[in-house]
Design a binder for this molecule. Structure first.
Ligand SMILES: CC1=C(CCC(=O)O)c2cc3nc(cc4[nH]c(cc5[nH]c(cc1n2)c(C)c5CCC(=O)O)c(CCC(=O)O)c4C)C(CCC(=O)O)=C3C
Ligand SMILES: [Fe+2]
Length: 371
């Protein structure tokens, strides 16, 4: 007897990145097409990629993620193939959809490498899928369903809790170390929860009013604030420490307001206010890609160094075993075998997030990022 699944295949959908110097400018043009990003900003960002041989780590990280998901699916005897496609670089979505269709698949479940709901992390992917289906003539032939957000699940919070505890221990050791640059055994430690900045106008336009009122901030920031607060109150090592949600990788026209504070500005202000060490938690991302290794490991670390602060940049969830098994649990909410859902995720961040997408929330296809 053959096992009946409700899906034929899984697609790991991500951002994509250049794989050599010649790819850098074409990649940046893909990312910013129609978004009005000034040429100077592109040239500046190109230098980050150039300094790393024109290669973003993101593609290899996605290959590794795919391999680990494949292993986990096999171990759980979930017999579905998994493909990989990107928004901005090869393998692109249209070619991937085409291949999946040619391989006989008709209904696919898409796992996007973004934990939150926002324009770049949700709606833009939905738009990409629609465009790819239109371009390949597969509209109505290939059914595409995107997996929900997972920032509030154990899959994401458990690895980050571990990273937070380890980061605090590390800066404590740095402060205690007799030959450390700043020997301050009782030094003040602050946690910087860092995510990608977006234009303030975009942030304010989107998401359910209910969540805005509850958190007193935009819904993009609220999602981050909720998990930061949850981890600060549940990780014993973090008890009593200062913490703040901060932003990185501001882009766009310098005259357009984006979410603040920028992590570098905040580190400088913290130094003036007597903070001795920062633990940087890049919880806006799921892999150590270029925006993490440049904006944090190069820029933020340098800022902290100039101000004499101890510094620890925590890893991202990457291929942490808890992340892999948690993601398969969440996909198991969608996948049924002989009518039975295979698994389910576990919500750890309290609160009702059920209306993040849908009417009045995201998923309503806001037209442009810049508004
Ligand atoms: C919210 C958000 C996420 C997190 C959610 C998610 O992961 O989806 C994210 C992830 C990423 N962003 C990335 C790279 C870039 N983002 C850019 C530009 C922009 N990002 C934006 C937002 C976000 N971006 C926005 C509002 C812009 C302005 C232009 C536009 O409206 O589109 C630019 C153009 C140059 C520049 O202006 O910086 C680049 C090169 C990479 C890949 C890194 C690598 O190569 O390893 C990743 C994972
Ligand atoms: Fe970005």
């Amino acid at each position: 007897m053959t096992t009946a699944y409700n899906y034929d295949a899984i697609l790991l959908a991500s951002f994509g990145g250049p794989e050599g110097q010649v790819d850098v400018i074409p990649f940046l043009r893909n990312v910013t097409a129609g978004h009005g990003i000034p040429e100077e900003r592109l040239e500046e960002v190109a230098t980050h990629y150039r300094a790393h041989g024109g290669i973003s780590p993101i593609n290899q990280q996605n290959r590794d993620l795919l391999a680990e998901l494949e292993k986990e699916l096999a171990e759980r005897q979930i017999d579905l193939p998994i493909y990989w496609g990107n928004r901005n670089w090869d393998p692109y979505f249209p070619a991937t959809f085409q291949k999946m269709y040619e391989d006989g698949h008709r209904k696919i479940l898409v796992l996007v490498t973004s934990a939150y709901i926002g324009y770049s992390s949700n709606d833009q992917y939905l738009e990409d899928f629609d465009k790819a289906l239109a371009e390949t003539g597969l509209e109505g032939k290939l059914e595409v369903v995107k997996v929900r957000e997972f920032f509030h699940d154990k899959a994401f919070t458990a690895p980050n809790a571990e990273f937070l505890a380890a980061g605090i221990k590390d800066v404590r050791a740095q402060l205690e170390s007799a030959n450390g640059a700043s020997h301050k055994p009782n030094g003040r430690i602050k946690i910087h929860w860092v995510t990608h900045s977006i234009p303030t106008a975009t942030a304010e336009k989107q998401g359910p009013a209910r969540i805005k009122e509850l958190f007193g901030t935009d819904v993009y920031t609220a999602q981050h604030q909720a998990i930061a607060d949850h981890l600060m109150s549940t990780v014993p090592e973090a008890e009593g420490l200062d913490h703040q949600v901060v932003f990185q990788s501001r882009s766009g026209d310098p005259r357009t307001p984006w979410l603040e504070p920028d992590i570098n500005d905040q580190i400088e202000e913290d130094a003036e206010n007597g903070v001795d060490a920062v633990v940087v938690m890049p919880f806006g991302f799921v892999s150590d890609h270029m925006e993490v290794i440049w904006d944090l490991d190069t820029e933020a670390e340098e800022t902290a160094g100039e101000k004499g602060l101890a510094f620890h940049r925590a890893p991202t969830t990457g291929i942490h075993p808890g992340f892999i098994s948690g993601l398969v649990d969440i996909m198991g909410e969608y996948i049924t075998r002989d009518g039975q859902p295979l698994a389910s995720g576990e919500q750890t961040v309290p609160g009702d997030w059920s209306d993040l997408t849908g009417e009045g929330g995201w998923g309503t296809r806001v037209e442009t990022q810049q508004g």
